[in-house]
Design a protein around this ligand. Structure first.
Ligand SMILES: CC(C)(COP(=O)(O)OP(=O)(O)OC[C@H]1O[C@@H](n2cnc3c(N)ncnc32)[C@H](O)[C@@H]1OP(=O)(O)O)[C@@H](O)C(=O)NCCC(=O)NCCS
Length: 146
């Protein structure tokens, strides 16, 4: 988001990216150690960023992001990661920029806690894998009916 705020207008996005790449600097929100195709979460967040921006009457953050993304795919064949479109989506929701990492963390705390318990149970270096073995095809029951 700091990068988008620095760019400010869609027309400045492409030269900004070219300048970073010419200096061999990383463009934030691109690339991933594991996913080399488009992260499926980025596909969902792109739509949310556009829709939320439209509803908030602030479409420019999505427009800047889209131009950055197009440039990165064309120039470096690098895809947006999960953090890229979450920036503009959170911003138009009115979230303070300093709280973005907290939102990222909050949704992961249950998973991280499970990994800690697994590590403590058998204190060898583990490479956690998510493998759901619980019941499938459950019906949603509203909380007040449980
Ligand atoms: C996530 C990250 C550390 C992975 O780096 P990595 O494992 O070195 O990535 P790759 O091996 O796929 O890189 C391939 C090439 O693309 C370049 N590259 C990777 N991410 C880049 C980025 N965001 N901007 C510009 N160039 C990038 C690498 O420098 C490398 O170039 P080279 O072949 O000329 O050396 C890196 O992409 C990054 O720092 N991204 C920006 C920060 C970010 O968004 N982090 C959150 C990730 S969830």
């Amino acid at each position: 988001m700091k990068m988008l705020l620095e760019i400010q207008t869609p027309a400045r996005a492409e030269p900004f990216v070219h300048n970073l790449l010419a200096q061999k600097k990383k463009v934030m929100g691109f690339g991933h150690r594991v996913y080399h195709t488009e992260d499926p979460r980025a596909t969902v967040l792109r739509k949310m960023s556009e829709e939320l921006g439209r509803r908030a009457g602030q479409t420019k953050w999505f427009e800047i992001s889209k131009r950055i993304e197009d440039t990165m795919i064309r120039e470096k064949k690098l895809n947006a990661n999960v953090d890229f479109y979450s920036a503009s989506a959170y911003y138009v929701l009115g979230m303070p920029v300093d709280l973005f990492p907290l939102i990222f963390a909050v949704s992961r705390i249950s998973g991280w806690t499970a990994h800690v318990l697994e590590q403590y149970a058998n204190n060898k270096l583990i490479r956690p894998l998510a493998d759901y073995t619980g019941p499938a095809n459950q019906k949603y029951i509203p909380i007040d009916q449980r």
